[in-house]
Design a binder for this molecule. Sequence first.
Ligand code: EPU
Length: 337
Amino acid sequence: MELINNAPLKAFTTFGVEATCDHLYRVEDYDELKLAVQYLERPLILGGGSNILPIGDIHRNILRMEMKGIYILEDGDQPIIGVAAGEVWHDFVMWALQHDLGGVENLSLIPGTMGAAPMQNIGAYGVELESVFHSLQAVEIGTGNVRVFFKEECRFGYRDSIFKKEVKDRYVITGVNVRLTRDHQLNTTYGAIQDVLNVKGISHPTIHDVSEAVIAIRQSKLPDPKMIGNAGSFFKNPVITADQYTLIKSAHPELPGYPAEEGFVKVPAGWLIEQAGWKGKRKGNAGCYEKQALVLVNHGGARGEEIWSLALDIISSVKEKFHIELSPEVNLWNGEL
Ligand code: EPU
């Protein structure tokens, strides 16, 4: 297990903000991890660093999950694939496509690692991890005991799971098992997927066509972290009551809304932020992305405090204008923690 002292978090997170961490351990092996969680106090777990904003320097031990491996655990019409936590999510999607296995094509190009995917039940274009999830293995922090979590136990919701709530900071996810398909059920109804397929003249799409369409859409509106630091959507799309939605819509008839659980409506935060006048705006080195207002960016040299200060301004102006409180989708790693 390699230890990096005074590690530059800029290199380990896609926001690329200036911050250091006292001790960062690169974990490539399961046994190393079991030992580390017994001896290191309150470790923070890092995957691809694509959903984290460090605010200030971090004076804690970070375990960076780098275990690799993709295995067919059970074959058949709906094979179960076991994927180690350190595998890059998109590499796994490409592996699935190469094996003509479906179910994750709509989740192409989502940044991050497999181990982080269940934490927030990653989702895009009408599909969430939950729809292919079978189970996961985790190691308990403090004891090193191994536990399997099946789907129902994970309590998946919109960008949510038990790992963000009841068992937060108690387990390290080491591997995820997903159930894929050989007889594919395509989901092309969401967003612009069907439009892209129509433009290409594809009337009988394959999982490969859907993946390519999703990649094209994502690349057209989301900034590449290699070019400009960001962590994808900075805020969650707020879910409000149907009554509240009707009330706000009477003052703002254009307000979009998507179905959520009974009696609730999901409102696109990108729309609220754009209407509040933030799209493309800049505050110091932090900015609200010009093509997708839900994404905050680091124009270069920003510290986490600067990005967070912009986020707080956006939260308060959306609250003032629409009486809706936005909450961050990214995990805030506060140096004070
Ligand atoms: N919109 C605007 N202005 C903007 C951005 C969005 O008006 O600047 C409105 C439009 O009405 C648009 C709607 O918001 O139709 C939805 O926009 P989009 O399809 O881009 O999706 P989103 O709701 O902003 C969510 C996820 C994304 C995911 C896309 C596609 C969250 C927090 N974000 O964004 O996930 O890729 O849907 O499924 O749920 C991520 O989690 O990091 C992420 C990028």
